[in-house]
Design a protein around this ligand. Structure first.
Ligand code: GLA
Length: 399
């Protein structure tokens, strides 16, 4: 009897610490990260300026919250094994930095790796997971991105579970962002461990390219859209497929940036800007802060959209929304202008996963163009439009 009670207590105490912080990402997290533009060239001044820019640019009002430090903030470990930040880059200390970001009404994220070293070769968390989690909590961070470099024969499930447990034991609610590129199919096991997981290798600021580095590649935005087929059913509130940080404002054309942003919203991906938000032009800002497009991403139903049709390089993507609305995105994959002719009543869309049907024969929907922000008629007549190459026509059908 005594033994049974002991075992029961042991199981209970283990499961108390074996959980993630639930409910922190009921819609896809929105923020900004240092990596795409600044790589390892980061310091406290940049982070403070980015927090200021997130507020002054209107991004905060549009829903962005997280200012994320990526790789290369690490300094070393003290004699007890506790990590400290690079003292030259973060001379005021991490607590002062998180206080500053919080004072702007924002949240702040940090980065590590389950290996002994991160991808840039600075200190990872191996063997120090609980100490590192304690430190992030003490400093006041709100999100941890946990990468997958130098992990040798580590088991991904256990490596990420260990850090999840360490974060939970440290006691400060933090979004846990799994970044193992989809190598170990985290959509199969990540739901109880983290709030979002990368599904691909790193993004590059080009529409459809692959940048081959011999042992790995970086991927153009469209390549990432098609990287993993068939995983939409694994994404949802508090456990998102992440299509990587955005490259909006990093060199593609306006149409390509618009297509990239629209697709991330259709896919219900977390939206992490990756440009220099301190110095962005009006067009970049208007893409990143288009609230009607963001509303598609942030829809509380939390359903990842899917490709319904492909004809002559025009893809039709659909996403069911709350209250019977739908988002429809026509994507021109080619470089040439194309004509679209879409007869709504001949296109009855069924989403068995979301248990939703778009049936314009039964219901007439109002149509709103989300980029021009104009109402453009109803679904009782055929839609005709011209679409530039590498661009989108993104619509909301309102019931
Ligand atoms: C990996 C990740 C990137 C970034 C770098 C940092 O490549 O996938 O998103 O965090 O590491 O070194």
């Amino acid at each position: 009897m005594k033994r049974k009670i002991f075992l029961l207590l042991l199981v209970c105490s283990f499961s108390t610490y074996s959980q993630k912080f639930h409910g922190l990402a009921l819609t896809p997290p929105m923020g900004w990260s240092t990596w795409n533009t600044f790589r390892g060239n980061i310091n406290e001044q940049l982070i403070r300026e980015a927090a200021d820019a997130m507020v002054s640019s209107g991004m905060k009002d549009a829903g962005y919250r997280y200012i994320n430090l990526d790789d290369y903030w690490q300094g070393g470990r003290d004699s007890m094994g506790f990590i400290f930040a690079d003292r030259a880059k973060f001379s005021s200390g991490m607590k002062a930095l998180t206080d500053y970001v919080h004072s702007r009404g924002l949240k702040i994220g940090i980065y590590s790796d389950p290996g002994a070293m991160t991808c840039t070769g600075v200190l990872g968390s191996r063997g120090h997971e609980y100490q590192d989690a304690l430190m992030y909590a003490k400093w006041g961070f709100d999100l941890l991105k946990y990468d997958w470099c130098n992990t040798d024969s580590l088991n991904a499930y256990w490596a990420y579970s260990t850090m999840r447990d360490a974060l939970y034991a440290a006691g400060r609610p933090m979004i846990f962002y799994l970044c193992e590129w989809g190598n170990n199919s985290p959509w199969n096991w990540g739901k109880d461990i983290g709030h979002m997981w990368r599904i691909s290798g790193d993004i590059a600021p080009c529409f459809d390219c692959e940048i081959n580095h011999m042992t790995y590649s970086d991927w153009g935005v469209m390549k990432i859209v098609y990287f993993r087929e068939g995983i939409r059913t694994f994404s949802g509130p508090d456990h998102w497929n992440d299509f990587d940080m955005l490259e909006v404002g990093n060199g593609m054309t306006i149409g390509e940036d618009r297509a990239h942003f629209s697709m991330w919203c259709m896919l219900a991906s977390p939206l992490t800007a990756g440009n220099d938000i301190r110095n962005m032009n009006a067009e970049t800002k208007s893409i990143l802060t288009n609230r009607e497009v963001i509303a598609i991403d942030q829809d509380s139903l939390g359903i990842q959209g899917f490709r319904y049709d492909v004809k002559d390089s025009i893809e039709t993507w659909v996403k069911p929304l709350t209250q019977g609305d739908w988002a429809i995105c026509f994507l021109n994959r080619s470089m040439n202008t194309k004509e679209i002719e879409f007869n709504w009543s001949k296109n009855i869309v069924k989403d068995d996963f979301a248990k939703r049907e778009l049936n314009p024969e039964k219901d007439t929907y109002k149509i709103r163009n989300l980029w021009t922000k104009k109402n453009i008629g109803k679904t009782n007549s055929t839609l005709k439009a011209e679409l530039d190459g590498h661009d989108v026509l993104m619509l909301r059908l309102i019931k």
